[in-house]
Design a protein around this ligand. Structure first.
Ligand SMILES: [Zn+2]
Length: 583
């Protein structure tokens, strides 16, 4: 296989090479293929770490093979590299690693697999930040911040704000922020989730956000979330907050067979979200047998029967949730079912995220909206502040904020509509000066990227897109525009974001919704209107948004990560050159 190690990755098989001489040379010397200014291919070999031009030259359009379909992708100055059957010179291998789309996509997949809920996403973000030396601060305490250092805080353990203060920062200087969201549409367990119907134990769920609920049928589901647990240490009672995730598929929402719903294909799959969307947990008969087994086990072990939980409504146990569910959660946490005081659990898919497609160019996963942008912004902040020299000339503060509750409008104590962002900017500023006017000055020198996934054009529904604004997979970050301010982008902010792309040779594309369709929105306009901060709305293109299983492209993950990293490194200088309201 061939992949690029320039900014734009694409794939070419060894057998697709245009002549036997190319193949021979590629195999023998470890060749590189350069797309030159005239969009022609030239072969190079690498010996002793130096590139040497070899004999071939061919235009992209003369490729008869599958490679032709990628002819619009490579740009001048980009190399392709053979991965199979080719000796890879160390000099080349190093460059490949620097820009390898697969490695950043694999890291994203690890992030996704670790993050079935917003609580877990924040936990994984914390782990990554701590690993590279970010220091956690608490909103309950006084902050003693220092220039050149990196910090983060969480709110409700479902929103996280991380920031790195430049060495040259003084109070009143601007913030360069990327905001994304940690939540995704899902089914959350009801306060009373215990439902028994037709010999089945079911779990009552409520809808969170605008999910494509039909995609939740016939999936192998489980539960995850957070639990408040009572702990008794030598007679002293305390309550702890624990994350829990059951790995096994313990629940499922079965579809009705076509034999019992003959019109489903002609009239559509219609569901009543109250009555049809309940996951099955167990059958009543097996649950009763399980209860008997548990109780007899307790009796044999001499445990006090008064503490037992019963599945009968007349019993002393938890009347709100099925015992078998509580048992599974309790055993995972290492407590008794009785010690579970309360929880916020949600149904989630058990299928791990994966790289797929015939050419390994896609990512298949739940929660790409918006953990993909959460990951790319977080990783960009980490990598754009990882060495002392990165912050040496920085006079601003680099910030990533991942908010909960975007999918339900952001109006909560920790959503983008809450004071959390203003609190963060205000507390950072006031850590360095008590002058209360400095915050407003700082905000007017600040820049916010609202990063949320975008709609790629769908091959089977291409008329849903505006004819001249059709974001493509592998096309780079999408700048989202809306004259009615559903997105906060304007000419200034889109220009700055595009200019950063151009400087780093990164692709970028535009989106505007059709005039005859409604437009989505995200945290951009909420933060822009709440703070008065200059904002651009962007996102990587994806398909199947809000399905339980979405898809995006490997290359776009790489572009987003590189674009965000470049944003942190460049925006301060660039933004300072744009004079609009200045005197
Ligand atoms: Zn989103």
């Amino acid at each position: 296989m061939l992949t690029s190690f320039g900014q734009r990755a694409f794939v070419l098989r060894l057998q697709d090479l245009p002549s036997p001489r190319w193949k021979q040379s590629a195999t023998r010397h470890g060749c590189q293929i350069l797309v030159d200014q005239s969009r022609a291919l030239k072969m190079w070999s690498c010996r002793s770490g130096r590139l040497q031009k070899r004999q071939c030259r061919l235009t992209l359009s003369s490729f008869p093979s599958k490679f032709a379909q990628f002819s619009s992708i490579p740009r001048r100055g980009k190399f392709l590299q053979l991965e199979e059957n080719v000796k890879k010179p160390a000099y080349m291998a190093r460059q490949v690693n620097q820009c390898d789309g697969i490695s950043i996509a694999t890291d994203l997949i690890d992030f996704l697999n670790a993050s079935p809920t917003a609580f877990h996403a924040v936990d994984e973000a914390k782990r990554r930040l701590r690993n590279v030396g970010f220091e956690q601060v608490s909103e309950k305490e006084d902050w003693k911040l220092e220039a050149g250092k990196r910090y983060f805080f969480t709110r409700n353990h479902s929103t996280i704000v991380a920031f790195a203060i430049g060495n040259r920062y003084v109070a009143g200087n601007g913030f360069h922020v990327i905001g994304a969201h940690s939540d995704s549409p899902c089914l959350k367990l009801k306060p009373v989730s215990k439902v028994t119907k037709a010999g089945y134990l079911e779990v009552g769920v409520q809808l969170y956000g605008g999910g494509l609920w039909h995609t939740w049928f016939d999936r192998d589901l489980t539960v995850a979330g957070r639990v408040i647990v009572r702990e008794d240490k030598n007679g002293t009672i305390s309550y702890s907050h624990k994350l829990v995730r059951i790995e096994e598929p313990i629940i499922r929402i079965p579809t009705i067979a076509i034999h019992l719903d003959r019109t489903v294909n002609s009239e559509g799959f219609k569901i009543n979200t109250q009555s049809h969307l309940l996951p099955v947990l167990a059958t009543l008969v097996k649950a009763e047998l399980n209860k008997v087994a548990v109780e007899s086990g307790r009796a044999e072990s001499g445990e006090n029967n008064d503490e037992q939980i019963s599945t009968d409504d007349g019993g002393k146990g938890n009347l709100k949730h099925h015992l078998v569910l509580l048992q599974i959660i309790a055993s995972k946490i290492g407590c008794k079912p009785d010690d579970i005081c309360d929880f916020e659990l949600q149904a989630c898919d058990t299928q791990p995220s994966a790289i797929g497609g015939a050419l390994k160019e896609f990512i298949f996963s739940g929660r790409l909206d918006n953990l993909c942008m959460s990951f790319c912004s977080l990783q960009a902040l980490i990598d754009a502040t990882s060495t002392e020299s990165e912050l040496e000339d920085e006079s601003g503060v680099r910030v990533v904020a991942l908010f909960d509750h975007e999918e339900v409008g952001s109006e909560s104590a920790q959503g983008a509509g809450s004071p959390v962002m203003l609190d963060a900017l205000s507390r950072i500023t006031s850590s360095f000066s008590s002058d209360s006017n400095l915050l407003q000055r700082a905000i007017q020198s600040s820049f916010l990227v609202s990063a949320d996934m975008a709609h790629a054009i769908h091959p089977n529904y291409s008329d849903k897109h505006e004819e001249y604004h059709q974001p493509k997979l592998h096309g780079g970050l999408v700048i989202k525009h809306n004259a009615n301010q559903r997105y906060a982008t304007n000419a200034v902010t889109s220009f700055i974001f595009r200019e950063i792309a151009s400087k780093h040779n990164l692709p970028v594309q535009d989106f505007v919704v059709r005039n005859d369709m409604g437009c989505g929105s995200t945290i951009g306009r909420i933060l822009a209107s709440g703070l008065g901060i200059r904002t651009v709305d962007v996102g990587a293109p994806q398909l199947s948004m809000h399905s339980i299983r979405e898809m995006c492209a490997v290359d776009d993950v790489k572009y987003a990560y590189e674009h965000f990293k470049a944003f942190f490194q460049e925006v301060g200088h660039l933004h300072a050159k744009i004079l609009i309201d200045d005197i």
